[in-house]
Structure formats: structure tokens, C-alpha cells
Write a protein that binds this ligand. Structure first.
Ligand SMILES: Cc1ncc(COP(=O)(O)O)c(C=O)c1O
Length: 369
């Protein structure tokens, strides 16, 4: 049975009439930039994450960069360093560069695939200013461990929560742990727009105010330029769509969780050959992606592909090994370097069909027997 990795048309069909009326509302007002929808979404998103404030941006990349700048922890031209994970989208590190800092990479935990606080501590230098743990694949990073390292060294923590909308650790949602957090609303995310979008969340209202100024060129109220900003606004159409989809996020995350449980049940017998995802605490994983590990993953991938089952690799290359981010002083990162050759993402999204999930599991079991 052919199984697409992701088919967003199924999600659209579930909410089509609501989306169409929201689009009609915005287009008939013809107020496309920073009108009521963005402000309402910011209030609703901050409430969902359990923080005082949110500032919407045009992407997750800009949300990260503007959050970093708004902390005031970096000075341009000083080669300040920001430590992050090598196993993430290149955008996480591009954001650090675009904020005027140098990305430095630390190793990850072999079970959760998120930043390892001990490795972070070893990567700290006198130029380090911030740590960006990435809640990769929907799994919360060890935020307590990271915050302890940060407070010992006077560093700020910004969560990269682009893949973890709604995940919970230590009783708080992703986005409510660091001094600030950045979300992406790229269409494939657990909460995705109908185009690009992002947001910063924080309990520091002034930090969010600064992001709101930076996303509009760096203007103050009276259109006076105060610092170098950029044009990074979320538009009203995206905000209107996000407000609808936010109402479904918890239910869709629960569907992801129940599909993850089904895969775990179906595949648990293969645990000597296939390493399955691990959740550090209940609610800490919202399964943005369902990633397994296997030696010679290409053989399994080819077998699935012959049956029309699509898989992906998130990510085929680690960031510290990419030309843009290579540095002479970078330490080896053995856990990430071993893992990157074995990871394979299986189809999992709220609108997957049970038959499709069972077909994927069956095909994997057949291959392994
Ligand atoms: C972990 C992570 N960080 C940052 C980003 C960047 O977000 P965006 O594509 O909205 O700029 C993404 C999405 O690609 C991501 O997955």
C-alpha cells in the first residue's frame, strides 16, 4: 500500500470551511498587515504556551534571530558564541549567524537526541553568551540541566521550539522555559500556517516589545529608526489560519501520540535491530517526527520505497560538518556523528490512516524477519 510521508490536503479538508470564512474575513477587510488577527493570535498563542507575551514573525528562523538580539546578550563584531545542537535544521544555526554571533555545536543525548548539558558545559568559552537547546522531533530537551549550566556561567537560554508545539516538561509547555523561545509555523509543523510564520514567546514583556520593534525595521512608535531591524511580520492571513488550527492542536497532538504508541507496540519486537523513539517524561514528546535508528538504514528504506512507503532523513548532515559552520576549534561530537548515519523518519501525522500505519509496520516486520 502506498503511504505518503505527509499529505496536508487531508488536514485542509477537515477545516476547509472555517479556513475559507477566515480568508474571506481578511480579504474583505483588505487589511493584510498587523491588524486584529495577528494581535489576537499573539494573545492566544501566549496563553496556550503559558507565558505573558508572544510576538509573531514571518518565520521560525527570524523568531530565533530576533529573540537572540532582543535578549541584549550579544554585541556585534565581538564574535560572541551561541551553543546549539548539530542535529537540527540548518535554520537554527543560520539564525545565530544572522543575529551576528558564531554558532558552536555540542553533542546530544543518545536517547533523546537533544543537547547534552555536560557537552554544552565543555563547549563554553569566555565568548559564549547563549545556549539554544532544540526540542528536536517534538521531544523536549533536558531544559533543567541546560538552565543549570546557563546559570552557572551567566548565559541566556532560548528554546528552539520549532518542532515542539504543545510539548510539556516539568509542568510547563515548550516556549515557557527559557528567557525566550522561538516557534516556526512552517506548514508541516504541529501547528503550521498556510505559508511561512513564526513567533517568539517570553515572560519578559519588554523582550517581546523589542522583537515587535525589530520585526518592523527597528522602528519606534513614531516611525523613528532606533536600531537595525528587519522586515519580519506575520501577515493577517497566516494569523487567521493559525487561530483556527490552534483550536485543533491539542487533539491533533493526541492523535500523533496514539499513532506513536501504535508504532511502538507494533515494532517493539524488533528492538535488537531497530531503536525506537524514547520520551523522557509523559507529554514531553509531541511526535513532530517518528524517528527510528537502524544500521544500514538504506536497505530498509529501499524495501519500504519498493512498496510505495515514503520515508525521510532528518537530517542527512550534521551542522558542524557543513561548509558554512565548520570551525577549526570544533570538538568531535561522537554521539551525533554515529546517530546521523542510522536515523530514519517514518510517516506519522494526525491525518495518517490506521491502515497506512499498519502497512508501514508490517513492511518493516517483514523486512526484519
Ligand atoms: C528545529 C528548527 N528550528 C528552526 C527552524 C526554522 O523555521 P522556519 O522554517 O519557519 O524559518 C525549523 C524549521 O525548518 C526547525 O525545524
Amino acid at each position: 500500500m502506498p503511504v505518503p510521508f505527509l499529505d496536508l490536503r487531508r488536514q485542509h479538508r477537515e477545516i476547509e470551511s472555517e479556513v475559507n470564512s477566515a480568508l474571506a474575513r481578511v480579504t474583505s477587510s483588505s487589511a493584510f498587515i498587523l491588524n486584529g488577527e495577528v494581535e489576537a493570535f499573539e494573545t492566544e498563542w501566549a496563553r496556550f504556551c503559558g507565558v505573558r507575551e508572544a510576538a509573531a514573525t514571518n518565520s521560525g528562523t527570524d523568531a530565533l534571530a530576533l529573540a537572540l538580539i532582543a535578549t541584549g546578550a550579544l554585541s556585534r563584531g565581538k564574535d560572541h558564541e551561541v551553543i546549539t545542537s548539530p542535529l537540527t535544521a540548518g535554520y537554527s544555526a543560520l539564525a545565530i549567524l544572522s543575529a551576528g554571533a558564531v554558532p558552536v555545536f555540542a553533542d546530544i543525548n543518545p536517547r533523546t537526541y537533544t543537547l547534552d548539558p555536560e557537552s554544552v558545559e565543555k563547549a563554553i568559552t569566555p565568548r559564549t553568551r547563549a545556549i539554544i537547546p532544540v526540542h528536536i522531533y517534538g521531544q523536549m530537551a533536558d531544559i533543567e540541566g541546560i538552565c543549570q549550566v546557563a546559570s552557572r556561567h551567566g548565559l541566556v537560554v532560548i528554546e528552539d521550539a520549532a518542532q515542539a508545539h504543545g510539548a510539556v516538561s516539568l509542568g510547563k509547555r515548550a516556549g515557557a522555559h527559557g528567557i525566550a523561545a522561538a516557534f516556526s509555523f512552517y506548514p508541516t509543523k504541529n501547528l503550521g500556517a498556510y505559508g511561512d510564520g513564526g513567533a517568539v514567546t517570553s515572560n519578559d514583556v519588554q523582550l517581546c516589545q523589542r522583537v515587535k520593534s525589530l520585526r518592523e525595521g527597528g522602528h519606534l512608535e513614531a516611525l523613528q529608526l532606533s536600531e537595525i531591524g528587519r522586515n519580519s511580520r506575520l501577515d493577517e492571513i497566516q494569523a487567521a489560519v493559525l487561530r483556527i488550527k490552534l483550536k485543533y492542536l491539542e487533539e491533533w497532538n493526541l492523535r500523533r501520540l496514539s499513532f506513536a504508541k501504535m508504532y511502538l507496540d507494533q515494532l517493539s519486537g524488533l528492538s535488537s535491530r531497530l531503536t525506537l523513539p524514547y520520551a523522557s517524561e509523559p507529554g514531553a514528546h509531541v511526535y513532530h517526527l517518528f524517528v527510528v535508528q537502524r544500521e544500514n538504514r538504506e536497505a530498509l528504506r529501499a524495501h519500504l520505497s519498493r512498496q510505495g512507503i515514503e520515508t525521510m532523513i532528518h537530517y542527512p548532515f550534521l551542522l558542524h560538518q557543513q561548509p558554512l559552520f565548520r570551525r577549526q576549534r570544533q570538538r568531535p561530537l561522537p554521539v551525533a556523528e554515529g546517530l546521523v548515519k542510522r536515523i530514519l523518519s517514518l510517516p506519522l501525522y494526525p491525518h495518517l490512516k490506521v491502515d497506512e500505519l499498519l502497512a508501514v509496520s508490517r513492511a518493516i516486520c517483514e523486512f526484519e524477519e
